[in-house]
Design a protein. Sequence first.
Length: 447
Amino acid sequence: MKNVLHIGFDDTDSLKGSCTTHLATLIIQEIFDQITFLDFPNLIRLNPNIPYKTRGNGAVALRIKGEEKDLEYCKEIVINKVKNLSEVDDENTNPGIAFVENEVPKEIVAHSKRAMWDVISIKEAEEFSSFSNVEVIKFKLGRGIIGALGAIGNPLKDDFTYEHLSYREPKNFGTKRLVDSESIYFADKETPLTFNNIDYEYNSIMILPRGADPVFTGIRGETVEAVRKAYSLISPLEELPMQMVFRTNQHTNQHFTKQFSINELKPYISAIVDADVTNKPHYIEGSHLIFSVEDSTGKIDCAAYEPTKRFRGQLSKLLIGDKITVFGGIRPAEEKHQMTINIERLKINELVKKNKFENPFCSNCQSRLKSAGKNKGYKCPKCSTKYRELQPNEIEIPRELTIGEYLPPMIAQRHLTKPKVRGNRDNSSTQKQIKEINTILAALVEN
Ligand SMILES: [Zn+2]
């Protein structure tokens, strides 16, 4: 297809405010009348375990088609908005933009796959600008080009979900979000194809962010209809001037695609590791749960940190010899600890038997025997019969864990974590037609 432009941008936000999706929505409003969208805006979450991310390491890609002069106009709008609205005063905000015309090179698709789990340098990403149809623009360090290209290179052909976002009036940024919370419980019940609205386990509303960013609600779901319906059922108590729906790799486990042996692990990657438990899980200062695992290549500590709440209690039941698959981010060694896997998900593949030994019964009067002293066998406390050669009974105690997957509660899950409720669902075959996408986007832009 000719006259296609893929626009990516990332690292425009800071912990204090702003948000890359907000910037994307402002850009969409500005360019919508000039061009045709080939997809919903894409919100692509990349490796959540790299140290430089702001909040969720999310980048945005817009894929559009139009006349050459209109695409040039769009580029200008994107550059101006990123330049003027990014939180560039924040030392950790280093925006980057990428433009790719027509076909996305397969090397950028490969970069995107790697950006899901690995640490990639700005220099590596910058090398893609040598392609004739690729342009990258850096602001300050320009770290954002890594995610900008990562977003462009992920066409969301595999499983995906939607997120509906609504945005506040700038004058309300940083104030408490006012909403009729009953309406959120109602919207949750009325829309079975949305998920992660409310963590019922910890009675926590999940769709309202807590920070100073412009997002008012973020509603996640399987279909664009479901997330829009849920939003329509919520009663905010303040003006919300903008909304948008993003197609996203959130809640697909896409960062866990690569299996590692323990000696291959390095800081900040997202890794899958098959291993055996080698010591009893124990709590350390701060209520973090720690245990170690090994495979044929080495040994490493695993941690379930305090915010994962009851997840720690579950994992504390692991025993030496249990065979598990750990999904987690690698924390580098520091003064107080060795390199550690921060567990995001855990699969139990095989549980060792847990036994206990009990004194046998008297064959004469059926009373429980007592030890007659070390190596002296047993003696009946009731009829005094002695049993010199008798061995203790070995009893199997049921394990408090079962084979299968364990996840932290919703409040402690990553954006990319596939929640239990999604089961085996895979939306890859439910892509929408371009015409319908543009009709829906027009309604969202009009708000
Ligand atoms: Zn007896």
